[in-house]
Design a protein around this ligand. Structure first.
Ligand SMILES: [Zn+2]
Ligand SMILES: [Zn+2]
Length: 382
């Protein structure tokens, strides 16, 4: 799990904060931690970078939406690329004027200039399966409500096929680039075209069903296979099964299905090994015993308890654990922890028999201090 702080917390704003509130919060925090005001203070420098990163994400509507949905743990890794956020150079003057916005808007994906291809959003759903299904694998089908291409307009967003024209303001690029002077610097500013909201096209007669968006909420069936041996928390990635893009401008997003494995009545998992405890009574441990219990793979699990076993010892049944994921054959082991089951009630007759056997059931030493010393020696050796 990431130890990164929540972006809203970093900026000290509410999750519903408006663009303006975000900007004000960023401005005041960035001023406070700016390196010019805190020379040679690595702690302030770290904070400055943290505040920048939080603002970079939350000031970008797409990135903010993705963050709200997935947090720091979003599919596809860091939006800043493999190295994570590197920080940007902002002067104190930039923070008073408005010079910092364009720096942030140009951070993602180098989209400036050309029409943006906005891929549909990634979706995350969770799905539970039984422990038995995790053992043998499963073919599953779920229904999800998802933004899919509108059938009425085939995703174009227009009621009529000739109702779409290129935006004359940006010539279809969706963005407008201009050079602006900020203090001593010349800066290239790229902004969404206001005339077409950055879409690069204008729909004269929007589709009635999707209101011109080219997509609508639909219920979709998704089938998928769960591989045998899957571990709880695994995310299965269904490429292209996420939200459709606007106007089919870019591919669909991905669908991630997070598998939650329900717990078993007695097994715990450790990778491909299965752990269980087996309560045995004193006589079973002294004389030895053979146990058979039903098992996940359909044939009974045979556990042989050798005579003279002690509580706390483990018996390993090799090859009867979970299938090792990503290997065709091979299964883990079942590790059986022996426990001493104490009777809740003992009849008077049994008590009497036990009393008669008491001397016989001891260690063979006649001296309790010798028993204690023996125990300590064994314990320290193991
Ligand atoms: Zn335009
Ligand atoms: Zn439509």
């Amino acid at each position: 799990m990431s130890t990164k702080r929540d972006y809203y917390e970093v900026l000290g704003v509410d999750r519903k904060a408006t663009e303006k509130e975000l900007k004000n919060a960023f401005r005041s925090k960035a001023r406070k931690y700016h390196p010019d005001k805190n020379p040679d203070d690595p702690e302030a420098e770290k904070k400055f970078k943290e505040v920048q990163e939080a603002y970079a994400i939350l000031s970008n509507p797409e990135e903010r939406q993705s963050y709200d949905r997935f947090g720091h743990n979003r599919p596809g890794g860091s939006p800043f690329g493999a190295g994570g956020f590197q920080g940007v150079n902002i002067s104190v003057e930039d923070l008073f004027g408005g010079g910092f916005e364009s720096i942030f808007s140009s951070l993602f994906g180098g989209r400036g200039g050309r029409t943006r291809s906005t891929r549909g959003a990634d979706l995350l759903v969770s799905h539970s399966i039984t422990f038995e299904q995790a053992f043998s694998g499963a073919e599953e089908e779920i229904e999800i409500d998802i933004l899919n291409h509108c059938e009425n307009c085939s995703g174009s967003g227009s009621e009529t096929s000739d109702g779409i024209r290129e935006c004359p303001t940006c010539e279809g690029r969706g963005r407008i680039t201009r050079i602006e002077r900020i203090g001593p610097f010349h800066q290239q500013l790229t902004q969404d075209c206001r005339a077409c909201n950055g879409e690069g096209r204008i729909i004269q007669n929007p589709c009635n069903k999707c209101r011109g968006e080219g997509r609508s909420k639909q219920t979709k069936k998704v089938r998928f296979s769960v591989p045998p041996g899957i571990v709880s928390g695994t995310r299965l990635r269904m490429a292209g099964q996420g939200e459709a893009s606007k106007f089919q401008n870019g591919g669909s997003g991905n669908l991630f299905i997070e598998i939650e494995v329900e717990s078993h009545e007695w097994f715990e998992r450790d990778g491909s090994d299965l752990l269980m405890a087996l309560p045995m009574n004193y006589a079973d441990l002294v004389i030895g015993s053979n146990i058979e219990i039903p098992h996940l793979d359909g044939s009974p699990l045979k556990i042989k308890i050798p005579a003279g076993s002690s509580p706390g010892e483990t018996i390993t049944v090799v090859g009867r654990g979970m299938p090792a994921i990503r290997s065709r054959n091979g299964r883990g082991s079942v590790m059986v922890l022996l426990k001493l089951a104490m009777p809740k009630k003992v009849s008077r007759a049994t008590k009497k028999q036990l009393a008669d056997m008491r001397d016989d059931l001891g260690s063979g030493n006649s001296d309790i201090t010798k028993d204690i010393a023996d125990e300590a020696r064994n314990r320290r050796r193991s």
